[in-house]
Design a protein around this ligand. Sequence first.
Ligand code: FES
Length: 102
Amino acid sequence: MSNRYRIASIEDVSVGSGREFVAGGRIVALFHLEDGFHAMDGICPHAGGPLAQGVVRGSVVTCPWHGWQFDVTTGRHCLNAHLCQPSFPVTVEGTDVFVELP
Ligand code: FES
């Protein structure tokens, strides 16, 4: 069973950046790229860094604490194929951004 949450308005996250939101009791990193919005678990699996506060280049976010990098469209770590951050489906209706959590 999944749960759908309205977590933001489209203007809350500028293109090329991310922002942290709380939904369903978890921290969600919402990123706004040229192709739309992408969401993944906002807690870095290395040591708990805030992924949404990382610098975004293309589709890659760099964790601000120690530099681990993830593709925000898939959740995959850029160097370690065994590491994949949970990512969540995002939909936009009008100006509202929804995320579907497990
Ligand atoms: S906490 Fe993210 S790289 Fe260390």
